[in-house]
Design a protein around this ligand. Structure first.
Ligand code: EZ4
Ligand code: CO
Length: 402
């Protein structure tokens, strides 16, 4: 089999997505996601201008060799743009191989290790009362694991809390908006939120929380310690992870499990975190960490150190990534949990898919390949629109992590 054609589509059915289609001389095509929130056009250019011309004529079954060609062959390694572009190609090649061999991708990754993939959803509210109502709503929908975020007294806006109830999309159209932040107010409010959630909903439901890289290690240690009585499934991204050693300090102070890695691009971003057992869950995702080929290596390395996966699954990962993640989650042994933020109806219509949600679990479906399609005609009705994630300032004006 040979690759005969490959092209990128950028569309915006509810939000922006970068989709790669690779075609072969046998009529089989594969789909890949290269969406990088707020930097979509850079990945599209990287693919169109520099990667796709190198693919024509190659055998799409040589997934490892093509991966190494794009990674080592570029000389300039890693980084979100490069690794998202490689991921898009990688996903499309696994999709082609599954379709050619008439089997779902999870079979190519080792076969089923479990029946269903436990997912967690996002609940939020402008205050504790509203957050509790949203938790109740999601519990009713069947979720067994719920991330809870609430507004912070004294702050006009914060990560994870939508302006209205229901759908929450952090990227906003136009140039970046500014949010405000004050760590002390946040640290004071979160333990009270989880005390209340446990009081109302009991011990059985899994609870998660995302700190979104906003704390220093010692602040994160304090939060982890204060949350211990409420037995969280994890606190996520407690501190930025450029300094992997920062997590050692958090670890020394608390038994609250720690998850990190949605912005990681390769195993090297997590190497110290994993081999020192400073974390419990690695959140690297198929689209931003070099595709299924590299994510499998991350998971296998993590498995040696009792670290489980908890793949990022926000709406800025297209349904193509969601499908790939669910095949991966179904197959690997050290799966922990999968994030699930449902896409807008317009998005789902553009990407018809075999995966589905039932009683707190998701399933990749049994179609050959990734079980995902792309309605290009419908996609053409939704043109790319500039959109960015917000930036964040402390109340004195200092720019800080969003
Ligand atoms: O803010 O994916 O856990 N989920 C998250 C996401 C991220 C977005 C950024 O593009 O932290 O909501
Ligand atoms: Co997160």
């Amino acid at each position: 089999m040979k690759i005969t054609n490959a092209y990128v589509n950028i569309c915006s059915p509810g939000r922006n997505f970068v989709t790669l289609k690779i075609e072969t001389d046998q009529g089989i095509y594969g789909l890949g996601d290269g969406t990088l929130n707020g930097r979509e056009l850079a990945v599209a250019s990287y693919l169109t201008d520099h990667v796709l011309p190198c693919l024509i004529g190659r055998d799409p079954f040589q997934i490892e060799d093509i991966w190494q060609y794009l990674y080592r062959g570029a000389y300039w390694r890693r980084g979100p743009v490069t690794m998202s572009a490689i991921a898009a190609v990688d996903m499309a090649l696994w999709d082609i191989k599954g379709k050619a061999l008439h089997t779902p991708v999870y079979n190519l990754l080792g076969g089923r290790s479990r029946q269903g993939v436990m997912v967690y959803c996002h609940a939020f509210g402008k205050d504790i009362h509203a957050a509790l109502e949203d938790v109740a709503k999601h519990k009713e929908m069947g979720y067994r694991a719920i991330r809870v975020q609430s507004g912070v007294p004294g702050l006009k806006s914060t990560y994870g809390v939508g302006k209205t109830t229901g759908y929450y999309e952090p990227a906003e159209r136009g140039l970046p908006t500014e949010y405000e932040w004050e760590t002390e107010s946040y640290l004071r409010s979160v333990p009270g939120l989880f005390a209340k959630v446990r009081e109302v909903f009991g011990e059985e439901i899994h609870l998660l929380h995302d700190c979104h890289h906003r704390l220093t290690p010692i602040e994160a240690a304090r939060l982890g310690k204060e949350l211990e009585p409420f037995h969280l499934f994890w606190i996520e991204d407690p501190t930025p992870a450029e300094l992997q050693e920062g997590f050692k300090l958090i670890r020394q102070h608390t038994t609250t499990p720690i998850a990190v890695g949605e912005v990681f691009n390769s195993l090297w971003d997590a190497h110290d975190l994993i081999r020192n057992q400073w974390i419990d869950y690695i959140r690297a995702t198929v689209v931003h960490a070099g595709g299924l080929t590299h994510l499998k290596k991350i998971a296998d390395f993590a498995d040696l150190y009792h670290v489980k996966t908890g793949c990022h699954g926000a709406t800025d990962l297209s349904p193509v990534s969601m499908a790939a993640a669910l095949h991966f989650d179904t197959a690997i042994h050290n799966f922990g949990i999968q994030e699930h933020m449902p896409h807008a109806a317009e998005t789902d219509a553009v990407f018809p898919h075999a995966y589905f949600f039932k009683d707190g679990y998701m399933y990749p479906g049994d179609k050959p390949g990734l079980g995902i399609d792309f309605d290009e005609k419908l996609a053409s009705q939704y043109e790319y629109q500039r959109a960015y994630l917000p930036v964040n300032r402390r109340q004195d004006g200092t720019l800080t992590d969003w």
